[in-house]
Design a protein around this ligand. Structure first.
Ligand code: SF4
Ligand code: ZN
Ligand code: ZN
Length: 334
């Protein structure tokens, strides 16, 4: 197999495109795809301040890398979930990446901020770890972006993630989610614009880029991911892709192009009114936001379970640590 650009021996095949590349031209192609996505959807505009959510896994670190290569200054944002060694290694990997490249990183530790780690929160609420975790991550991303003055939040969702989410939403006809799903969600009162510059790149393409660009990322998955429905949807789509290369791309892109506009037209009431949470002041659709409700419920159970002292009260203000790329180890602020 030869590189489609220079004819040298190819290292990566992109079957869905019927193309193959040598290492150099693969990296070039990949970064070009990210640039094209950003421009096509006007994800980043003049004067924007960019926050990139980094877990330490390949998708988020590849995203940070490509944004830098494209000349966008992006601050990283890492959330310490408190999931044992997995979380400790995630932070180490993220810090090492930021330090090596001289990038600014913001960190919020869930337990330090709110009193319980993600597994303790799950224990206290009796809900699966992922449901509380997802809510906390969304909340922190929005809140930190607003408080620190970032106009855009970029996440590393890839084609496999987006196609699996679409399949899940279609399977259950989640019309609200179907209307919102997409590579770019415009800013709304107090909520930063959300963008997914890798949305058209398959997971194996992102992994190939990480390998060829020498990015040291965390390979292990979160222990709570085992049995997640998203993995089942990915498996189903993966089988279709093997038999019919390009399936995931067509499924997602044609949905966004042909079906979503029809959905948006047909659901005029889909745009909900936003207001401020009475407890924490964050943007929400109800009087008290889902994050405050979740933690207040968790606190009452956690006190009974002895996870928290009797007089513990939930404080919704996250403690943000700023790790700047100079010789000072940490710059902390509340
Ligand atoms: Fe959080 Fe679940 Fe993802 Fe683990 S798998 S990081 S618990 S959402
Ligand atoms: Zn080449
Ligand atoms: Zn709130």
């Amino acid at each position: 197999m030869k590189c489609s650009v220079c004819g040298a021996r190819a290292q990566v095949e992109v079957r869905r495109r019927n193309q193959a590349f040598c290492a150099e031209h693969y990296r070039e192609w990949f970064v070009g795809e990210v640039r094209r996505n950003i421009r096509r959807h006007r994800m980043i505009r003049d004067g924007d301040r960019l926050l990139v959510a980094v877990s330490g896994g390949k998708d988020s670190l590849v995203l940070w890398d490509t944004l830098e290569r494209l000349g966008y200054a992006a601050t990283g944002f890492h959330i310490q979930l408190g999931i044992g060694d997995y979380s400790r290694r995630a932070l180490q990997t993220t810090r090492a990446f930021a330090a090596k490249r001289g990038l600014e990183l913001l960190v919020v530790d869930v337990r330090e901020s709110f009193g319980l780690s993600v597994p303790q929160l799950a224990h206290a609420t009796g809900r699966a770890a992922c449901s509380g975790c997802g809510l906390v991550k969304r909340y922190l991303m929005n809140r930190v972006a607003e408080e620190e003055g970032f106009s855009v939040v970029a996440t590393g969702h890839n084609l496999d993630d987006e196609a699996a989410t679409l399949l899940g939403n279609v399977t259950h006809w989640q019309t609200d989610a179907l209307v919102r799903q997409g590579p770019m969600l415009e800013a709304r009162a107090g909520l930063a614009r959300r963008v997914k510059p890798l949305y058209s790149l398959a997971e194996r393409e992102v992994a190939a880029y990480a390998f060829l660009a020498g990015i040291a990322y965390q390979h292990e998955e979160c222990p709570h991911a085992v049995g997640a429905k998203s993995l089942l949807y990915k498996d189903v789509l993966g089988r279709l892709e093997t038999r019919m290369p390009g399936t995931k791309q067509v499924f997602l892109e044609q949905y966004l192009k042909k079906i979503q506009p029809v959905f948006k037209e047909g659901l005029p009431g889909a745009e909900v009114e936003l207001r401020r949470c009475e407890r924490c002041g964050s943007v929400t659709t109800s009087r008290v936001c889902a994050h405050c409700k979740l933690w207040e419920r968790a606190y009452s159970r956690a006190r009974k379970l002895g996870l928290l002292p009797e007089d513990a009260r939930f404080d919704p203000r996250p403690r943000l640590r700023k790790i700047v790329p100079d010789d000072n180890p940490d710059h902390s602020k509340e």
